[in-house]
Design a binder for this molecule. Sequence first.
Ligand code: NAG
Ligand code: NAG
Length: 136
Amino acid sequence: MKLVFIFLYLILSLHFESSEAKCHKNTVAFQNNLTLSKSVLKVHCKSRDDDLGDHFLRFQDAAYNFSFHDHFILYTRFKCILSKGANLEYHKTFLGYEADKYRRCGALYAWEARDDAIYLSTKDEPIKLMYSWDKD
Ligand SMILES: *[C@@H]1O[C@H](CO)[C@@H](O)[C@H](O)[C@H]1NC(C)=O
Ligand SMILES: *[C@@H]1O[C@H](CO)[C@@H](O)[C@H](O)[C@H]1NC(C)=O
């Protein structure tokens, strides 16, 4: 009986490893394109398990990004807060990433902060306006 479990465990972990190797991580990226204000952009994302801390991007800095695999059982989500303005008085909280029923592999969610609003593009979708800024 015990042997059956060990055998099952081996099969499952082999399967897990090979699908992990084939499934590229998903990436969420943030870009400061605050063309007019040239404001600093503050990015703070967290999931159930990880708090990624504060990141500050100057105008046209290289994108800040992070990558991860979708969780097998629990829906992976990253809640993000973007802030801009001289006193970071403009901000928006939203889901920077939310898993679907199907496990995604190699997805790219590219968020772009512009003066008027926050935009998103993905591998499949051209850039579109998603959220406007809230002000204190
Ligand atoms: C920056 O935003 C402007 C519009 O404000 C847009 O035309 C331009 O393509 C954006 N640049 C980048 C690098 O995304
Ligand atoms: C993510 O950041 C790395 C460097 O930190 C960069 O080389 C890579 O091009 C970035 N990827 C995206 C999708 O922005």
